[in-house]
Design a protein around this ligand. Structure first.
Ligand code: ATP
Ligand code: MG
Length: 458
């Protein structure tokens, strides 16, 4: 059921309930006030009852030109009618039980006599013990008034409910029209159309807020779609080169008359390209896990100095092979909770970058320290540093500075993205900048990694 219909129905039910209650209240008040006016007329008639005794006035009394005719009876203690108005019957017009009560107190009842609704008042006759006076009046006018009022009320209220339901339906329809337009616009959008924006109405109401929020969502979807598209394009571009080289080398190897040395060179090149392909695939897998929050971090308490010394020890042959030197600067008492394998991948990537982009004779420094409960790790070199225009994009995937685009020199451009992903999974942050002397500087900060933590120590 549409919202419009539901609103109309709800409004109709609510107004029907309210009007019924109001109508019932009105009818009850009206009925009791009319009856009390009839009762006071009856009482006035009763006060003249003695005039019916001893051949008094036999003319029926009325309350005015259009008023009811009254039936008056004066009864003695035995219940015999001793005086009455002209059209009054000769037997009491109220039952014996009520007649008995009327000897001591005023009794007012409504009953039906000769198929006619009648209001009857009976009370003791003053000055004559046991005598009673009974005055009755037809309720025909009262009944007619009440029935007319009730009918008019029912018709009026029903009309009001129908009008209210129709009105609320139209109101809801016009209020929801912009929502429907919005829905139609969004359903028209295809994936290709996502750059398109939804028209925001200038009404400054909930609908325009909804349209703005939808536009914000579209921008986010578009950004992530563009990122995904460019990632796929970059990945396929990056994979095409090693595949092309591999294919070329294999075709070369197939040619007749190749010497053993030539074949060995082909195999060596092919193995290098396969290694490159495997590395890119591994890197992409790690990044995708990081994106899905599935990069599992298993923190272990490590002595930071020993940990860094060990990493440098493993990297030492590569470093000296590049004609470079390295040093570690960290307090031997420093202990922290990190995932040693993942963090080693971070540091190795940064050392690899220094090895790749710094000239022979450069120095790579590995520093670590604590700021409050946070562990910071820095890899600093004294090479040429980052291209300043590249720095804002340093951690984006497949991003390389123009100077390192050549294949011999640069990698796939995933190393720093992986650093950022692993540090992010540790709940930390990473920044890249140049030192005042011009070398590259990368700082990783892992929050609350220092061990023992303040809460544990206390
Ligand atoms: N120590 C450094 N000195 C100078 N430039 C650097 C240094 N480290 C990184 N860069 C620049 O940052 C870019 C991105 O580095 P990143 O590690 O992400 O990719 P890559 O080294 O080119 O490839 P990959 O690491 O995937 O093999 C590099 O292409 C290089 O231009
Ligand atoms: Mg790298």
């Amino acid at each position: 059921m549409s919202i419009r219909l539901r609103l109309a129905l709800l409004f109709a039910i609510a107004s029907a309930v309210v009007l019924s209650l109001g109508g019932w209240l009105f009818v009850s008040v009206l009925s009791s006030s009319l009856l009390s006016s009839v009762d006071s007329q009856l009482s006035a008639q009763a006060s003249h009852a003695s005039s019916y005794l001893n051949g008094g006035s036999q003319v029926p009394l009325t309350s005015g030109a259009n008023g009811p005719e009254y039936v008056v009876q004066v009864l003695d203690a035995s219940g015999t009618v001793r005086g009455s108005s002209a059209e009054a019957p000769t037997v009491p017009i109220i039952p014996a039980t009520e007649l008995d009560r009327a000897k001591t107190q005023q009794v007012i009842v409504t009953h039906t006599r000769h198929d006619e609704h009648e209001r009857v008042l009976a009370e003791p006759l003053p000055g004559r013990a046991g005598w009673t006076v009974i005055v009755g009046a037809s309720l025909e006018t009262f009944d007619a008034t009440m029935s007319r009022v009730t009918t008019e009320l029912v018709i009026g209220c029903s009309l009001f409910v129908i009008l209210a339901a129709g009105g609320s339906y139209l109101l809801a329809r016009s209020a929801l029209r912009p929502v429907e337009r919005l829905r139609a616009e969004v359903s028209d959008l295809s994936v290709r159309d996502i750059p398109r924006m939804i028209a925001v109405p200038r009404t400054h109401d909930e609908i325009s807020a909804l349209a703005s929020t939808m536009n914000e969502l579209l921008v986010r979807v578009r950004t992530s779609l563009e990122r995904e598209r460019s990632l796929v394009a970059d990945a396929s571009h990056e994979l095409r080169t090693p595949f092309a080289i591999l294919q070329g080398e294999l075709e070369l190897a197939q040619r007749p008359g190749r010497t053993r040395e030539e074949l060995m060179t082909t195999v060596t090149v092919a193995a290098e390209e396969v290694a490159r392909l495997t590395r890119i695939a591994d890197d992409l897998l790690l990044l995708s896990r990081g994106d899905q929050g599935q990069l599992r971090i298993i923190p272990v308490v490590v002595g930071v100095r020993d940990y860094l010394d060990e990493i440098m020890g493993h990297a030492h042959p590569r470093i000296t092979g590049h004609g470079m030197t390295c040093r570690v600067d960290a307090a031997s008492s420093l202990r922290a909770r990190i995932d040693p394998d993942r963090m080693r991948q971070v540091i190795d990537n940064l050392i690899d970058n220094s090895l790749r982009y710094c000239p022979r004779g450069s120095v790579i420094e590995l520093r670590a320290g604590a700021r409050a409960q946070d562990l910071w790790l820095e890899v600093v070199d004294d090479g040429p540093g980052f291209d300043p225009t590249f720095l804002p994009h340093a951690f984006e995937r497949f991003r390389r500075s123009d100077t390192s685009r050549s294949r011999d020199y640069g990698g796939a451009g995933l190393g720093l993205a992986i650093v950022s992903s692993i540090v992010g999974a540790h709940g930390g942050t990473v920044i890249a900048e140049n030192t005042p002397a011009g070398g590259a500087f990368v700082r990783v900060t892992v929050r609350n990694a220092i061990w023992p933590s303040l809460s544990t120590a206390s």
